[in-house]
Design a protein around this ligand. Sequence first.
Ligand code: C2E
Ligand code: MG
Ligand code: MG
Length: 726
Amino acid sequence: MPKTSQSTRRIRRGSSKDKSVSEAAGTAGAGTSTGISERQANNLLRTVLDESPDFIVLKDHEGNFLLCNRPVADFYGTTPDEMVGKHDGHFSATPEQAEFFRQNVLAIMARGETEIVFEESTDDRTGQTHYFKSIKKPFVDESGLPRILVIAQDISDIRRAQQMVEESERRLRYVLNVTGEGLWDWNLQTDEVQHNARWFELLGYEPGDLSSSYADLDLCLLDEDRAAVHAAIQRCAQGLGPYRHEHRMRRKDGTTLWALDRGDVVERDSQGRALRMVGSFSDVTERKLAEAATERLAFFDPLTGLPNRRLFGDRLRHALQGGLRSGQYGALLFIDLDNFKDLNDSRGHAAGDALLVRVAARLQASLREVDTVARMGGDEFVVILENLGGDVLGAAAQAETVAVKLLAQTREPYDFDDTHVVSTPSIGIALFGSAEDTADELLKRADMAMYQAKAAGRNTLRFFDPGLQEAVLARAALEASLRAALERGELCIHLQPLVDATSRLVGAEALVRWNHPVRGLVAPIHFIPLAEQTGLIVPLGHQVLEAACRQLVVWAARPSTADLSLSVNVSARQFHQPDFVEQVGDLLDRTGVNPHRLKLELTESVLLGDVEAVVHKMTQLRARGVRFSIDDFGTGYSSLSYLKRLPIDELKIDRSFVHDVMTDPNDAIIVRTILVLAESLSLKVVAEGVETPEQHRFLLDNGCRLFQGYLFGKPVPPHELALPAD
Ligand code: C2E
Ligand code: MG
Ligand code: MG
């Protein structure tokens, strides 16, 4: 006997006034108007009913079967005829079930509406549960008796398939939660994002804490990561492959975690625009921290935290390449502590380690951020200095300055509990800047230089190149004595005549000389470059300018010399002083000189940089009457547009062109071009360095009207200048 269970769900549909079923079922025994006999019609109906896969039953108001098709009879293990006149009680397992079915029939009849009911029934013989979707339609037959037609479809297969899907979804959800991934499903059209519970949990939120709009979720990103995350999502949306990105996210409590976020577009419109993306993120903070720790171990010295030998090697190779590209020198400093072994032996390794940590800190504090200081092991440190300029002596001087500072810093006593420890270093310096320099070779040189420093009594520095060492020392000495010379007034000016086309004196150029107590008269070539590098050019230039003004004042007193002009060289560094205009203005006021007689010679290097500022300064001085000439014209990179904008009066053709004007056709062309150019810009031209009558002739023939050079007179002390008689 099969066991039948109650309905599981009930849906209402239609009403008992619908007579179509009652007609079909209720008139089954009546004749038809289609020409077939009643018997034939009955047989046909019987066949249709029996061949139907569905269970079809007609019951009276007592629940007795009036009609059953074969599938029902088969299910109950009997025949359709056997079932007629019986009720569920004859077939159901228990009287309670039979009563339930009877009540169910009565209830539906009472409600008078068609109902769809889901039922399950276990076949006792096979033990298999069957699921039915039953349409139960109550109606009243021709004799006025209530009836109910039941058509039950066996939906066991569909139901089982559904259950399997539900089960696999449940398992999938379980697996996804177990993997610890935070899942997201982003509707790009509405910009709404759905998340699983784990997603919120990873960020320390309750599901209700955040709105589902992407704009709000975006705030969980760190500002510095946001652009990269957006770019990665964009690439995926554009179809350039799945999205995968590692970035930090902010938890509710403000702490951050490292997220590995992955996803892909799962829906696009007909134009390929992304409509929906799904993905997941996992917390990879631990891995990130482990990676960082591994990197620290691989590249940094665990004791001092400084770059280790390996990272130093990389940085040095990098610096060597950078130096070649920029054309600037760099320096490698090798530092070894002088008495480290004694300290280690006497006070133990812990004290030794503590000292190394503090030495490292002092070295680091004494350097610029761009410099690299690394620990090579033991008590050896190295420093890489970059961008020390294109002049080898200047670079050496800078390296020495840094080394001196490091010496001073490290030799200061270190406080240890109750005592002071003094640890002096020895420093070796090797410069780099040529294509042949290799990292290994440089390290060897700096190391050798360091040993020289040790040999020289420790607590000092040595250059690898002894010539460089001497030069640096000489340079330092020169700087000190130049400084003193400026204070003692050992600098003076010599004057070189400037003549017109008739070789008549029209002015002079003031050229500085150093009246050295031991070396005698020193030419500017020996100290101007150093003065430029050290900044001493500013006070020096000022002294020269003052001397020139005083000379002009002397000349102004006599009619024969009152019209002479005096040219003064002004270096770029001096001109770029913020208060240069005021300084000159001050001098003009103080000396009472006629500004029209003063000419400032600027080189083209002044124009590099902020041209507007240069024009502004020149214009201010021009307004006071001071005139300007461009010195050594043709050797720099002045563009014509600059020349037009600058308030200048004069160009001075560099003497290198004049020197070869008779022998080198190129120089002849340059000189002619400058003369034509100046003519078109209404500028005067001075030819410098004229030594021979041939040069003079050539220049005259090509329109030059002002001359300076040994042909007319060398620079001489002011009182020796041949002046026109009154
Ligand atoms: P400069 O301004 O181009 O000065 C002209 C240089 O050419 C002077 O050299 C002068 O003695 C030299 N000279 C003149 N005529 C002839 C000639 O016919 N043949 C040859 N071979 N040389 C000639 P000096 O005095 O040695 O000055 C060299 C440079 O030093 C100057 O070049 C200028 O750039 C710089 N200088 C000189 N005095 C000062 C100064 O007071 N301030 C600044 N900032 N620079 C100065
Ligand atoms: Mg000059
Ligand atoms: Mg010149």
